[in-house]
Write a protein that binds this ligand. Structure first.
Ligand code: ARG
Ligand code: ZN
Length: 892
């Protein structure tokens, strides 16, 4: 059942075109696929089509019905079909009973599809693999009353009445595509409409379809779509090719969204956004995912993947593109911090755990399990490093070559890299290892200043840890962006080591921030060091004074960095570094180092004390945050302590209770010492104006809410302030921030606001998701009991992935203290949910296993209980391949 990259073979038959006739009736849908095949090999091979959960009605070849085929639960095989032939295959399916939300299924009374990765095979028999690309013509027929809207990919070429209260629409997509990009929507939907004129003057009809009543929540998504289309023209020279671009929002969706050609299907969570119901973060996510799916039109659809091992070819590249889009639309520096925090929080553990895989995996049981943070986010980092190594101009020329060379084709990650290399002349042969070696490289940097010779030596060394199936690793090609900061706080402009080119302005500005935690307005000077050996020394000349090195500026590579810098060095960089990312990073390192020492103390029986030096430097940051010209969004990040998950990564053995207690202690001491300053910043950000969603206002809200959280962690928490903010808020960001701090208190205020919140927003499922997840995330003892009640709440449903995530994923991932409760109740809650979901929705069940993945790193008592939970799941009958793969690999 394991599929291997090395077994890849080209398809035996190609498809010239396919006509689908899909007739939807209540309770059953009839699919007739007319497919023209041509032979793609020498010799005689049977035609093997994929098909699962299908009721086969009939098969005909070249117009004649036949029984000359065999079927099993995964394939239909026709023995000697010939060189060119047409099959007509009729099947029956039941979307109404499809709870896996893969293939054709129902959401909120409407029909929709999700075919990536291998859902098309549950609609009809077909060569369901991305390297079989063909031209689709789709006739959709349905009831006029229940399905007034009938959509598929491409252009609408005909529609009409069938009598009997039924109607049809015929859609034609002139560009060949793999079947995973097929989509169909049929139902009762309303839409908003706009248009975009492309750079060559083509007018594209843009529509967003939603459930009636939601149409007033679509403007932001439409604006985001237009900005994305413009950005891709300007930044990559990519133009849209069809007359229509449709987006449909559905409330039951396993992932975020899907880039089906000209018919993107979205989770409502990533389309609907109004200030009263969506937070600033929600707005940014909507903008980013709209862009992501739109960008797939070129990186994914026009140029697609040869096979699913190449998934990062489209996902890593498209994530990099959407990150850069968001950086251009908002604050580049803040976006970089947020992306790195996400990578460290979620991808680093994946790389360090039993499921570790390279961005191009070489084996899988269930491909849906490989839509991972590694393929997506680390994949994006790998593209980002290529961008850094080539620089803006060469990178753009290389992507031009890529689109030129491969438009309309299904290709590999090697093909992409080859374009980067061919176009730029930059040697990426060693860099290729990023595609095949798993694990997060660890880089150690040691600097040494020779005052007599006026030279500065920076020695960089690297190791890549062993991962399952890969005990020995080769050194990687790692771009390390470095600056040398002089005692006056300015970057030194020195003679770089031979072979090192000072980073071009283009690269540098792309990697850094231009406002925020900085004391001077000097432009930074950075050097791009290329670490290729396991150990290398770089010598800078004409270094007049002893510098403090600022290493890995802009997080130029997805590695763990160790340095011999002192706390004083980091305090210096925290204020002076011209690179905003490293200013932020320095504060985080100081906090992590101190909390590490405090945890050590607690674990050896002592009492943890917050380092007065840390408290002092935190005061410096508060002063900067209080300045009238402060970049408040950035300061909100700088004033936040590292997340529990990031602290946990520093520990050999993880005790969530100690980590939590220590972090709380620090928050408490900071709030106690700086109560008045924090309150002052809160007040200055709380200027009561009418709501605005510009970046400046969002930054104010972010900083204000960090202050609120600090105050609530201090002595005499201002519960009434939180309540007042909750009640008077004119936007969801402020309301939910107040609710989330109140969630951590126990008592009447808490219960009252939660009851109020439910009543206010009962009609908004996405807001009710927040209601569930805030309760599940609260690190207070009553949470465990509360979850038992919440899972039986009338508004809860195991069939809706957003709701499942809002309760169980929020609990297991955001709430380590309760999830890892010593009595094992947290594990039981999650395990029961996984078992219940295993048959209903295997993809979602498999996702929920993530929090158990690192069981070996916890204290022995917890380890035993987590292992037992995994074994209980493994012992279930009818284990889905999705769940089986993750549980078995996690236990191995
Ligand atoms: N290609 C989609 C997106 O990024 C993800 C869909 C994956 N769905 C799945 N069930 N594996 O952008
Ligand atoms: Zn994607």
């Amino acid at each position: 059942k394991t599929i291997l990259l090395k077994d890849y073979q080209p398809p035996k038959y190609k498809v010239a075109d396919v006509h689908l006739d899909i007739r939807i009736f209540a309770g059953k849908t009839l699919v007739t696929a007319t497919t023209r095949f041509t032979k793609n090999h020498d010799g005689a091979e049977p035609l093997v089509l994929n098909g699962e959960r299908l009721k086969l009605v009939s098969v005909a070849i070249n117009g004649a019905a036949t029984t000359n085929y065999t079927v099993d639960d995964k394939t239909l095989t026709i023995p000697h079909p010939g060189n060119e032939f047409t099959t007509v295959i009729e099947t029956e399916i039941c979307p109404e009973e499809n709870t896996a939300l893969e293939g054709l299924y129902m959401s909120g009374g409407n029909y929709c599809t999700q075919c990536e990765a291998e859902g098309f095979r549950t609609i009809t028999y077909f060569p369901d693999r991305p390297d079989v690309m063909t031209i689709f013509t789709t006739r959709v027929e349905g009831d006029k009353k229940t399905c007034p809207v009938l959509l598929s990919n491409g252009n609408l070429i005909e529609d009409g009445d069938c009598g009997d209260g039924r109607h049809y629409a015929i859609w034609h997509d002139p560009f060949p595509k793999p079947c995973y990009l097929f989509a169909l929507v049929a139902g009762d939907l309303v839409h908003i409409r706009d248009s975009f004129t492309t750079m060559s003057g083509r007018i594209v009809d843009l529509r967003i379809y939603v459930r009636a009543g939601d149409e007033n929540q679509c403007d932001w998504a439409m604006e985001s779509l237009k900005r994305s289309m413009e950005w891709d023209e300007k930044t990559y020279g990519r133009e849209y090719q069809l007359d229509r671009f449709n987006i449909v929002a559905v409330s039951d969706f396993n992932m975020g969204a899907m880039e089906n050609t000209s018919l993107n299907i979205f989770n409502t969570a990533l389309v609907l956004a109004r200030p009263e119901t969506a937070t600033d973060m929600d707005f940014e996510r909507v903008e980013g995912v709209i862009a992501h799916e739109y960008f797939h039109n070129w990186t994914g659809n026009r140029v697609t993947c040869r096979d699913w091992f190449q998934l990062s070819l489209k996902e890593g590249l498209t994530v990099f593109r959407d990150q850069e889009f968001t950086a251009d639309m908002n604050s580049r520096g803040v976006k970089r911090i947020d992306d790195v925090v996400r990578l460290r929080n979620m991808q680093f553990p994946e790389d360090a755990g039993p499921m570790a895989h390279p961005i191009r995996p070489d084996n899988y049981i269930e491909i849906n399990n490989f839509y991972t943070l590694t393929v997506y986010e680390k994949g994006a980092e790998v593209i980002r490093m290529q961008h850094t190594l080539l620089g803006d101009d060469k990178y753009r020329k290389a992507t031009d070559l890529y689109f030129d060379r491969y438009d309309g084709m299904a290709v590999t990650c090697d093909d992409f890299l080859q374009c980067m290399q061919d176009s730029s002349g930059v040697d990426l042969s060693q860099f290729k290892l990023w595609y095949s070696q798993a694990g997060t490289p660890e880089v150690t940097a040691e600097g040494h200043y020779d005052a007599a010779a006026k030279t500065y030596h920076l020695t960089l060394s690297q190791t890549v840890p062993p991962t399952p199936g890969q005990p020995d690793k080769k050194p990687m090609h790692i771009p390390v962006m470095v600056g040398l900061v002089g005692p006056n706080g300015h970057d030194l402009d020195v003679t770089p080591p031979p072979s090192v080119i000072p980073a071009k302005a283009g690269i540098h500005t792309n990697q850094t921030m231009d406002s925020g935690l900085r004391r001077n307005d000097e432009k930074g000077v950075s050097y791009l060091l290329e670490l290729k050996d396991s150990k290398q020394t770089f010598t800078f000349k004409n270094v007049a004074v002893k510098p403090v090195p600022s290493i890995l500026r802009g997080f130029s590579a997805p590695v763990k960095l160790h340095t011999n810098l002192s706390d004083d060095d980091y305090r210096f960089l925290m204020v002076h570094d011209s690179d905003g990312f490293n200013r932020w990073e320095s504060g985080q390192i100081l906090a992590l180092r101190m909390m590490g020492r405090m945890i050590d103390t607690v674990e050896s029986g002592g009492a943890a004390v917050t380092d007065p030096a840390f408290i002092d430097s935190y005061g410096l940051m508060l002063d900067q945050a209080n300045a009238s010209n402060a970049d408040r969004a950035l300061m909100a990040r700088a004033l936040s302590l590292p997340d529990l998950a990031i602290i946990a990564q520093q520990r050999k053995i993880v005790d969530p209770d100690t980590i939590f207690t220590v972090r709380r202690r620090v928050l408490h001491d900071l709030a106690a010492r700086y109560r008045d300053q924090i309150q002052a910043i809160y007040d200055s950000c709380n200027t009561p104006t009418t709501y605005s969603n510009d970046a400046e206002s969002a930054g104010r809200r972010a900083l204000k809410n960090v202050c609120l959280r600090l105050l609530m962690n201090g002595p005499n928490p201002p519960v009434s302030l939180a309540r007042q903010q909750y009640e008077s808020a004119n936007n969801m960001t402020d309301r939910v921030a107040a609710l989330s701090v109140l969630a951590e208190t126990d008592g009447a205020d808490r219960d009252a606001v939660f009851a109020d919140f439910f009543k206010r927003f009962e009609q908004y499922p996405l807001v009710i998701d927040k209601w569930f997840s805030l309760q599940a995330s609260a690190p207070i003892p009553s949470t465990l009991d509360r979850i038992a009640t919440l899972k039986d709440h009338p508004a809860f449903s195991l069939l809706n992935p957003n709701r499942v995530r809002s309760l169980f994923a929020a609990f297991a991932m955001n709430n380590p203290v309760c999830f890892h409760a010593k009595d094992g109740r947290g594990y039981d809650i999650l395990t029961n949910a996984i078992i219940a979901l295993n048959t209903k929705n295997p993809q979602i069940a498999a996702r929920l296993l993530g929090p158990l993945r690192e069981w070996r790193r916890y204290t022995p008592d917890r380890q035993a209980k987590m292992k037992a939970a995994l074994e209980r799941i493994l012992a279930q009958e009818n284990l889905s391949p999705d769940v089986f793969e993750i549980v078995s690999k996690t236990l191995k």
